[in-house]
Design a binder for this molecule. Structure first.
Ligand code: ASP
Ligand code: CP
Length: 329
């Protein structure tokens, strides 16, 4: 009788993870750490994680490991998907996600001391914080890996990885694409990270924003140095017909010091079914979420609307990253 092959070869998975393309023990602070080789590695592991979840739900790869989810800013997707990722791989979580006001942060404890405390209990810390540079600062204090889950208007590297993975899975390639980003390009950390990652591919970029929310100069300079074809405009109509990817973002109210400026720009863009009528048949509309009016609910039925598939990809990418960072054999 033929011996049944196991659905998953956990030994092989463990060996791959032990040799995790230089990610074992690393902090994940910025997308600058990822070259195409590393991206291919993470995407291949994420596809395996997808198959694992679809076929058996999870495994024990990270059994005995603990993740601290430390969120100084609100989150639904990033916190929940890191927790789900850890639990599907058999690990556990210390969840400080329901508002740091219930932790000793409200007694005045510094980020440095909070990090040096939590690392005593866990193997990896996922940090979201309102200040740009906070993830690097936490990593400087920590002796375990720190993963940046969004540092102010700085970066959101794991979001950009899942965004890039979504584009690849939806359109079958990352090269030769016209990617349009719409909305708050100034304060939107997801578009900062995604733009930098896309510079590694043969893409053209279109940035659509109100004047006061244009892409920061530091990122524009990197785009120009990479000799990527780029244009800026205030009008979605200028880009909708040719876009392969329309990446829409929320105006980040919490980053404005002058709320009257927010009021002026908050409703500038709304993607409607009429507008989508002008888009290519094969393209994809994405959003990191939450949305607060930038994409009309009628668009959700459009097969090109990928934002909830994007959400699910976040869990697979984070499973892949956690396995790699924790180097589990
Ligand atoms: N959730 C994303 C972030 O935290 C985008 C957003 O909040 O608009 O950066
Ligand atoms: N995309 C994203 O970061 O969502 P949350 O803010 O809900 O985590």
């Amino acid at each position: 009788m033929k011996e049944l092959q196991p659905l998953f070869n956990f030994d092989e998975m463990a060996t791959k993870n032990a040799n995790s393309n230089g990610l074992t023990g690393q902090n994940i602070i910025s997308v600058d750490q990822f070259d195409r080789d590393k991206l291919d590695y993470v995407f291949a592991r994420a596809r395996e994680m997808r198959e694992l979840v679809q076929r058996v739900g999870g495994c024990d790869l990270l059994k005995g490991n603990i993740l601290t989810a430390l969120f100084y800013e609100p989150s639904t997707r990033t916190s929940a998907s890191f927790i789900a990722a850890m639990e599907r791989l058999g690990g556990s979580v210390i969840p400080i996600t329901q508002g740091v006001q219930f932790s000793s942060v409200s007694k005045g404890e510094t980020l440095a001391d909070t990090i040096r405390t939590l690392e005593q209990y866990s193997d990896v810390i996922v940090l979201r914080h309102p200040e740009t540079g906070s993830a690097q600062m936490a990593a400087d204090y920590a002796s375990i890996p720190v993963i940046n889950a969004g540092d102010g208007a700085g970066e959101h590297p794991t979001q950009a990885l899942l965004d890039l993975f979504t584009i690849r899975e939806e359109l079958g390639t990352l090269d030769g694409l016209k990617v349009a980003m719409v909305g708050d390009l100034r304060y939107g950390r997801t578009v900062h990270s995604l733009t930098k990652l896309l510079l590694q591919y043969n893409v053209s970029l279109r940035f659509v924003s109100p004047e006061i929310l244009r892409m920061p100069l530091s990122i524009m300079n990197q785009v120009i140095d990479a000799k990527v074809n780029v244009r800026e405009t205030h009008d979605v109509a200028d880009v909708i017909e040719n876009a392969d990817v329309l990446y829409v973002t929320r105006v980040q109210k919490e980053r404005f010091s002058d709320l009257s400026q927010y009021e002026q720009v908050k409703d500038q863009y709304e993607i409607t079914t009429e507008l989508m009528g002008q888009a290519k048949e094969k393209m994809v509309i994405m959003h990191p979420l939450p949305r607060v009016g930038e994409i009309h609910y009628n668009v959700d039925k459009d097969p090109r609307a990928a934002y909830f598939r994007q959400v699910q990809n976040g869990m697979f990418i984070r499973m892949a990253l956690l396995a790699a960072v924790l180097g589990k054999a």
